[in-house]
Design a protein around this ligand. Structure first.
Ligand code: GAL
Length: 401
């Protein structure tokens, strides 16, 4: 380069090297977020567990969490696949002089609680907010993200639900992604894998970017509780169309199961379980596991229904046919067969037909009732079932070639 001094060349080279390495760092960070870094092996199938919120709200304490964790094992729910025992809001106490969060008097020993949960072969979930306060007014993680992530790692946390709440007072909507990414990066820095559960009620079409900020699951809806079948069905059925955003490691989350909470009748509970499994939604029980009727337990642990949710192909099902309040949904499964759900959203029992043409099956197929765990035989052209009001049927259809 004529007229260029050696020192200029050096600084030019240094500049390029600096830019190159900065580029590599940025690309590396982007890769870590995109690929999940140490988080990549998490939630390859939708997370299953228990969350205290609907049963206890802010009355939750260590004793209740331990009792429910133990019941998760003794009831057979652990054997059915449920793993995460999650404390929701209201566990937080004050920050110390160095800014580290402490639990309140209802949770005297978080590390001990984590050890207890791990000792049962289960995993430990916790809750916070990117805002200064949680939705119930407890201490949030705002400006303390790294410290909180480190504290959770020290306690042995395996799952973090991060709830927007008061973050709306300190961030604008266009800063939401950065706020969620910030906690993701803080988790990465701890080196402890934690399933990262975004909760911001589906704002800003979270399904489009949840995975890019490290989310393993993201709530697509507002809170599901409090209005029985109306809200459960509205939120569940409106997941249609979001299937392209879900897959292994990143799932749409229409919120906690209402089964056993006294909000739904038997057929409505069966509808929620059927729909959540067709949707490949997280299965988070919300009821008191220490006092659970046989019917509740059988709905929560039906093995072949759960297998649809947990199918390794990881495809979220979708609606393929609708006639007013009658719907047919399909979820392709690993191995080529299809889970098919027939829903009756009306108030009278009615027959519904899943036509094979609508579900991508030709001519003849073997049909198995997944709730009854019974082969129903070989069917031509379609499968018809009488479905109770607000009820559901679920079958597996295997084409005969
Ligand atoms: C809501 C959230 C609920 C629950 C509650 C706790 O915002 O959607 O799932 O976590 O806060 O205060």
């Amino acid at each position: 380069m004529p007229g260029t001094r050696t020192s200029d060349v050096k600084s030019f080279t240094t500049l390029w090297l600096t830019l190159l390495s900065a580029g590599l760092v940025i690309a590396g960070a982007a890769w870590a977020v995109a690929s999940g870094g140490p988080q990549t092996q998490l939630a390859l199938t939708p997370p299953m567990g228990w969350n205290d919120w609907y049963q206890y709200e802010c009355k939750v304490d260590e004793k209740a969490v331990k009792a429910n964790a133990a019941a998760l094992v003794s009831s057979g729910m652990k054997a059915a696949g449920y793993r995460y025992v999650s404390i929701d809001d209201c566990w937080q106490g004050q920050r110390d002089a160095n800014g580290f969060i402490h639990s309140n008097s209802r949770f005297p020993d978080m590390k001990g609680l984590g050890d207890y949960i791990h000792g049962l072969g289960l995993q430990f979930g916790i809750y916070s907010s990117p805002g200064p306060k949680t939705c119930a007014g407890y201490e949030g993680s705002y400006t303390h993200e790294q410290q909180d992530a480190e504290t959770y790692a020290r306690w042995g946390v395996d799952f973090l639900k991060y709830d927007w709440c008061s973050a709306s007072q300190v961030y604008s909507p266009d800063q939401m992604q950065a706020a969620y990414r910030k906690m993701y990066e803080a988790i990465l820095k701890t080196g402890r894998p934690m399933v990262y559960s975004l909760c911001q009620y589906g704002l800003e079409a979270v399904w489009r970017w949840g995975a890019s900020v490290g989310g393993n699951v993201w709530r697509t809806t507002d809170d599901i509780g409090g209005d029985g079948y109306a809200r459960v069905s509205m939120f569940g059925f409106q997941q249609n169309g979001l299937e392209k955003f879900a897959g292994p490691g990143h799932w749409n989350d229409p919120d906690i199961l209402q089964i056993g909470l006294g909000q739904l009748n038997f057929d409505e509970e069966k509808t929620q379980m059927t729909l959540w499994c067709i949707l490949a939604a997280p299965l988070l029980a919300g009821n008191d596991l220490t006092h659970m009727g046989q019917q509740t337990l059988s709905l929560l642990t039906s093995a072949e229904v759960i297998a649809v949710d947990q199918d390794p192909k990881g495809v979220q099902g979708q609606r393929v046919w609708q006639e007013g309040p009658f719907e047919v949904w399909v979820k392709p499964l690993a191995g080529g067969s299809k889970a098919v759900a027939l829903f009756n959203r009306s108030l009278s029992a009615l027959t519904i037909t899943a036509r094979f043409g609508d579900i991508g099956v030709h001519d003849r197929a073997e049909v198995r009732d997944l709730w009854a765990r019974k082969d129903l035989g070989v069917f031509n052209d379609g499968f018809t079932a009488k479905v109770p009001p607000h009820g559901a049927a679920m079958v597996r259809v295997k084409e005969i070639r």
